[in-house]
Design a protein around this ligand. Sequence first.
Ligand SMILES: Cc1ncc(C[n+]2csc(CCOP(=O)(O)OP(=O)(O)O)c2C)c(N)n1
Length: 334
Amino acid sequence: MAEVYQKDIQLDDYSKEDLVTFYREMVKIRKFDENLIRLMHEGKVSGFYHSGIGSEGLSVGSIVKNLRDEDYLYYNHRGCNQKIAKGVPLSKLYGDFLGTVEGTTRGLGAGIVHSADTSRGVLGQAGTIGSQFNIAVGSAYSAKLQNTNRVTVVYFGDGAASREPLHGSLNWAGLYNLPIIYICENNEYAISSRWDETHSVREHIADWAWGYGISNCVVDGNDVLLMNEVTKEAVDRAKRGEGPTFIEAKTFRHRGHFEGDTYDYVDQEELKDWKENRDPIKNFKNLLLENNICVENEFTRVDEEVDQEILEAIAKAESSPMPDEKRIYEGLFA
Ligand SMILES: Cc1ncc(C[n+]2csc(CCOP(=O)(O)OP(=O)(O)O)c2C)c(N)n1
């Protein structure tokens, strides 16, 4: 059955530049999210937004040092965490929320869930959660048939994991030994349903992968370095032709299911514990301070640079025009 992934990580094995990059990318994701929520409050962005605050370490750790532009990625609906970590420009993401032509959809106003950036391997997200499991098998299968060493990574929540497409996908991935990595972002809740009330596995969601003969583990998704290490091993395995990996990454959302959700169904003490003691950014910053890798000023400088980058991205997205009405007919085939 699934084992908890642990590793005695030596900070000396990382360059300071890499460690600061991890910090910077996590801060970028959080500030992107906070500013998007601000734009919603200002009435500039409407619709549902599922904040990814609290899970930045999971995306940054798995993606930033491990995936190349040519590797395929299917994101989930929580925040733009994975897209930012894969390098999609912030102005394009804001453009998708503001409905301007700066967006990846050039004005169709995709929000989180209908954008793609093929130049960076971001292939999108299917409309209904869980539908991308089978599409991901397709891109992994094509990489195998074409003998490229492209890896496919698919992100999904614990709720999506309870849907049947996961099982068809795991069966194919296991049968054909596909270069695919399943990353289950287990934040314990699907809207207000706790994962252990809705899944037949008793201990870990990753146990299902074990049943399909797929290498699997459970990991602390809020530890950016552990996420980097576990994903690196999975990527190397996929590139060596040794097949798929299923990583169940434990995390917790700091905010409700969507902006406006009261979030009163979680134990408030538990939520406080995750925010205060298990915040991926705060803990990583403390680790770097305690080990004398960085001093406070350096973090302040990174924070300010990211603030500036975000403001410039919003300005670019906001000053870009709305699409011409003909845009709606582009890509329409029937
Ligand atoms: C097939 C399908 N059923 C229901 C929904 C509505 N829905 C959107 S997100 C969500 C919860 C998903 O939970 P989880 O996969 O755990 O991700 P989380 O929101 O916790 O990150 C639901 C039920 C949907 N989009 N698609």
